[in-house]
Design a binder for this molecule. Sequence first.
Ligand SMILES: Nc1ncnc2c1ncn2[C@@H]1O[C@H](COP(=O)(O)OP(=O)(O)O)[C@@H](O)[C@H]1O
Ligand SMILES: [Mg+2]
Length: 394
Amino acid sequence: MVSDMDPALNPFKPGSGLRPPALEGRDAERREFDLLVTRSKLRNYDRGMMLSGLRGVGKTTLLNNLAEHAENRGWLTIGIEARPNEAGVAAVRAKLGNELAAGLRRFSRRHKLQKTLDGLVELARGFTLGVGVGPAKVELTLGRQAATGDLDLDLEELVEAISEVMKKRASAFGLFIDEMQDLDADLLGALLAVQHRASQREWPFFVIGAGLPSLPAVLAGTRSYAERQFAYSTVGPLSPTDAADALRIPVERHGGEFTSGALEILVEASGGYPYFLQEFGKAIWAVAPETPFTGEDALLAVEEGRRALDDGFFPSRWNRATERERRYLRAIAATGEVAPRSGTVAAAMGLTTTAVSDVRDSAIKKGLVWSPEHGRIGFTVPGMDDFIRRQPTD
Ligand SMILES: Nc1ncnc2c1ncn2[C@@H]1O[C@H](COP(=O)(O)OP(=O)(O)O)[C@@H](O)[C@H]1O
Ligand SMILES: [Mg+2]
């Protein structure tokens, strides 16, 4: 029995991309990715990966884990996060160029190869600057490296040059992109085209992406071959066993325990949803005076955890919605269904499906709702419907 649950030692971490105390239930994806890395060492190249799923399900965490693994096994890795309405291709391109230059320097240090990569760092810097010239496409010369200002060409040149070096070392270049559905369309198109060429020419270059459930459709809509270009996997809630492990293992590491009843209550209330598991785990550590954590502690923790969600997680979504979007979200919540027909929601608002299509699209773009199947609409986080029903109408 451990008493005095020191708040400073609380291992649970609700948040975005925060490394969980136990990363459970992602073995299949991690094994698949490890195989890609192992094959790259044999110069037997496979496809990159796309992870999609709802918010808070653990995509960023998994993506970071894969990137770290690749880096430990000698890949050159860089990560970027796309944002909606980013100040145009310029910003994303600059970020990509800067990250690349930094990634290359990190790689040089780690593998003690200063000289070999200096040229590549220059090239990456040239890529960053190439954007400044915009549509004028003036040649910008940096030493022997030139950026043409043409995104597709510059990106291809850069990837080819890096791939050449990586291939010699039986290594690979992994580009990890989070929130990939928000990537600027020009850059996305260019990346898919370069990835396509890389596979054909056996360059060790792999895009590993994560994003909302709309990601596969965004990719397919950008390049028709995108469907065959990647191994797609859906990141979902954890199974009850994995969810229980995600709570139990960190507590046991501190010498504590759960009664099986307590675990069952928390797993059930979380729906296996990773963000909620962290929130409830954090809460039980905070409210229970000692372990083993009991069923009574668990009930208190669920109450406390829900209060925390109501103070942060849900409002951060609700507050992003416009007045019209809120009316639409309320109508969805009012149906009491998980994924009502779009027509039913529109009818409840006294409107036609066409009349609500723009508000539906903008709510989807913001990641507030998604279409789990054709003609249906649902919230991107579990419990959002209950939260909305609790909001006073104004
Ligand atoms: N496999 C997992 N097991 C336990 N907790 C997890 C797991 N994956 C993510 N988490 C936790 O869930 C929360 C949300 O993860 P995050 O990666 O930000 O989700 P997403 O990117 O899908 O919105 C974080 O607090 C993280 O620590
Ligand atoms: Mg994320």
